[in-house]
Structure formats: structure tokens, C-alpha cells
Write a protein that binds this ligand. Structure first.
Ligand SMILES: [Zn+2]
Ligand SMILES: [Zn+2]
Length: 229
């Protein structure tokens, strides 16, 4: 069961309580228990000793970050763009891990009311909801989130997995100054035009970005600097 305290911590991070946020918490807790590890603390987050692999960039992924302590910023969260509600947890140096998958269709058919499914369709999918619909949905959504905290474990697919290839630690790269904008960028994100270093933004290169649809190419420049304060 996910504790109320953990859900509140997740709300602070995620902005709201919703079913997939709590499912991310719950799936992570199952994986942590199976792997006999706790939340990443000082040693784990500095040494990247605990790794969480998420396969989706939605609310579920925020639940994983809050519960496991493996985050985007501490390089212990690996995002694999498969579009599935699943998390795999493993200790670095040990290829055996635990993967927990959640089947959204099964859950919504079984636990989500018709009312909430219809509202979701109207407000989120078709973007046609009135203010009242939005309020109603967020209330029902939060209720459902709290209900997910007690989701029976049989509703999750729990797998023992072995990673085929060991995942490298985040390499430390030197920084190189772009000759055009004067900003520092990681050496691997610098290109040389006539031997002059340029950041990818100034070189107008398309770069990989995680956006709503997953990892995609974004063409540069992304923004124009209007003025520096
Ligand atoms: Zn959410
Ligand atoms: Zn530049």
C-alpha cells in the first residue's frame, strides 16, 4: 500500500494526484521490495548505484521518481521510449532487476467508473470540457488516485529480468565554449564548423528532446533571445 505521506510528497512534485502518479508509486514500491532496496539516498544518487528504467513519460514516471529517488537530474533514471507504463529497478553491477508493468486498459475497465472515463475523453482527449467538467474530473481523478494506492498486487505484472547490456554511468565530459553565443556546453554537444566550436543551437542542428510524444527531433533554434537582463 502506498502511504498517504508518499502520495502527498508526490503531489508536491507532480502538481496533482492522479491514478497514474499513484500507480507509479505503487509499481516502484513493489519493485523496491522485490529487489530489497530502499529509496536512493546519498550513496545511491551520487554513485548511481540504483537505477530505475521507465518506459513512458507521463504521470507514472513522476511517481517512479518520487518513490525511488532515481531522478532525471541524478542520472539514475533511464528513460526508454517504449510508451509503456512500466518500471524496471536494478542495482548497478548486478544485471538482475525487477520490472513492474501496469495494464491501463484492464485497470480502467475494472476500476474506473464510466463517468470518469467519459469525462476524461471529453476534457483531456477532445479538449471540450467546461470549467465544471474540469473541476469534476480533477476531483474524481484524485479519488481514483487514492484508490490506486490500495490496488491489489495481482493487478501488476511483476517480472524478474536480466539486463542484456550493462548500462554505463553518466560520463563526465569537459565543457567547451561556443564561439557564437559564448555559453559553455558539454563537449559532446559541440560541433566544429571550420575548426570553430559551436553549440548545437547556434549551429542550427536538430537535437533530441523529450516532448509529449516521446523522444523526438527538435529543430534549432528553439528560441530567440529577445534581450539579456
Ligand atoms: Zn498526473
Ligand atoms: Zn552557441
Amino acid at each position: 500500500m502506498v502511504s498517504r505521506e508518499l502520495i502527498e510528497r508526490a503531489r508536491e512534485f507532480h502538481g496533482h494526484v492522479c491514478p497514474f502518479l499513484v500507480l507509479g508509486l505503487r509499481a516502484s514500491e513493489i519493485a523496491m521490495r522485490e529487489l530489497e532496496v530502499g529509496k536512493a539516498g546519498l550513496a545511491e544518487s551520487v554513485g548511481e548505484n540504483l537505477l530505475a528504467i521507465v518506459e513512458v513519460n507521463n504521470c507514472f514516471a513522476d511517481g517512479v521518481q518520487v518513490a525511488t529517488g532515481c531522478t532525471f537530474g541524478n542520472n539514475s533514471l533511464i528513460y526508454v521510449d517504449l510508451g509503456k507504463n512500466a518500471v524496471t529497478l536494478l542495482r548497478r553491477g548486478d544485471r538482475k532487476g525487477v520490472r513492474v508493468y501496469v495494464d491501463a486498459e484492464l485497470l480502467s475497465r475494472k476500476y474506473f467508473s464510466e463517468e470518469v472515463n467519459d469525462l476524461f475523453e471529453k476534457v483531456v482527449v477532445r479538449r471540450e470540457g467546461s470549467e465544471e467538467d474540469v473541476r469534476k474530473l480533477s476531483m474524481l481523478w484524485e479519488e481514483l488516485g487514492f484508490a490506486m494506492a490500495e490496488m491489489p498486487e495481482e493487478e501488476f505484472v511483476i517480472q524478474e529480468v536480466e539486463v542484456v547490456e550493462e548500462l554505463e554511468r553518466a560520463p563526465i565530459f569537459e565543457s567547451v565554449r561556443c564561439s557564437k553565443c559564448g555559453e559553455l556546453a558539454m563537449a559532446t554537444r559541440i560541433m566544429y564548423v571550420d575548426d570553430v566550436p559551436m553549440c548545437l543551437a547556434c549551429a542550427d542542428k536538430a537535437v533530441n528532446a523529450v516532448i509529449g510524444r516521446g523522444i523526438s527531433k527538435l529543430s534549432m533554434p528553439l528560441y530567440k533571445v529577445l534581450r539579456s537582463k
